[in-house]
Design a binder for this molecule. Sequence first.
Ligand SMILES: Nc1nc2c(ncn2[C@@H]2O[C@H](COP(=O)(O)OP(=O)(O)OP(=O)(O)O)[C@@H](O)[C@H]2O)c(=O)[nH]1
Length: 461
Amino acid sequence: MLFIMAIAVAISGYLTLSDSVEEQSRLQQQSMSPAFDLVTEELVKPLHTAQILANTPTLRNLMAAKQIDDMAMLALVKRMSMDYNMDFFVASETSRKQYNANGSTLALKEGQVEWYFRVKQQPKNIAAALGNRQDIHIYFDVKVFNDQGVFLGFIGVGKRLKTFLEVFDKYKDSFGYDFIFADNNQDVVLASNPKLLADGQRILSVEQLHWFQALTPEQQSLPNLNNIIVKTPDATSLIAQIDLKALHWKLYLLTPLSSRKDASTEAYTSHTSFVLLAIFVIFVTAHVIIRFFERESAKKHQLDPLTQLHNRPHIQWRFDKIVRASQEVSLIMVDVDNFKRINDTHGHNVGDKVLIEIAHLLQSELREHDAIARWGGEEFVILLPATKVEKARVIAQRTCAKIAEHPLVLMGNIDLLISASFGVTYTPQARSLERLVKVADDALYEAKRAGKNCVRVHKIN
Ligand SMILES: Nc1nc2c(ncn2[C@@H]2O[C@H](COP(=O)(O)OP(=O)(O)OP(=O)(O)O)[C@@H](O)[C@H]2O)c(=O)[nH]1
């Protein structure tokens, strides 16, 4: 049973492990797909829209003019913003002005508007940066060039940080994970935890974050942290990383694993219970079937096929029990008289029938706890546990008389007078069955010599 239990635990462990692997993949998938939606909806779409608009002739012609038509530019920005439902702006190199969707303009003066001159110098054509200290926005700036590749300025789209935080909150509620967007310097640009965001005084680096510091130095130097599990004093989390190539940003998703652990434990418990129950049912069924066949087989082996009485092993088994109980015991040996003559006169079938009848008769004289067996041929042994010799003698004499008194009506209406001789023995302390049988046999021999159909008693002291 222990072995079976071990197998059960191993099987359920295996099933749970495969479940955990599935669960892990599912979790990974689950954490990634909504993040992709978020990135596409909130970052990639505005950026791509700005990129497309940067190549439209209307914008390029307006920006390429020697003298910028402020009114036309403001009208265009307003129309684009309304059409796409995003806050666009245009920054012109010629007029050094920024045209906003709300109809305002801003002079782009060196030393005052830092981003314009910084991003202009950068070799890349797209940039993302936080700006507008009063109401922080994230701006995606796309350079605009004329056909000759001359820089004309920027078209950009700004998204309020507050909008992001609202979206992050919604995703955190539904999926439980934290977002951290980092730029190519590993500075945190956007995060679902507002405490991590730049506040004008400081910009946090990913390297300063608790979870990053909890990674091993080897892990920290990996280019991709996908699928790494990190343990901090607060939580154990699974990291997923998405590279946002267009922006040179990385998105880190941290999913707490505690709820998953519960799910795994639950899966393990339910698998174990199921496997144990199944094995228990199989075990019980197998046990019942085996016992049934054992009993059937025991019946076959232990019962004498002719008389249906037990045979020698049964008497031995009962005797052993008496020995263990340290009981006194009487034993009676019965032998049918002149049985050879019955066989010879009436045939073996009649002889068999006589044996069957005698067996029934002997059995009917016994008490519940007595045992009887066919010892061989026409000999029977009766074991009387906890029975004194006097009592055994009485039982033997009564049975002997009964056999002799009742003629057996056999096949073909043959009336047969049968008798049997009885040898009785007794011992106050059961020790050896052989010895008891031997003494009873001696008594029986004496009964035969005394003329048969009688009882003789030999005691063992
Ligand atoms: N019909 C039948 N006869 C059996 C069976 N087993 C043994 N016998 C016969 O029982 C007879 C026993 O004969 P003996 O040992 O000479 O004993 P007996 O004729 O009863 O003589 P006493 O014991 O002195 O009365 C033999 O003829 C055996 O063949 C059996 O299962 N069926």
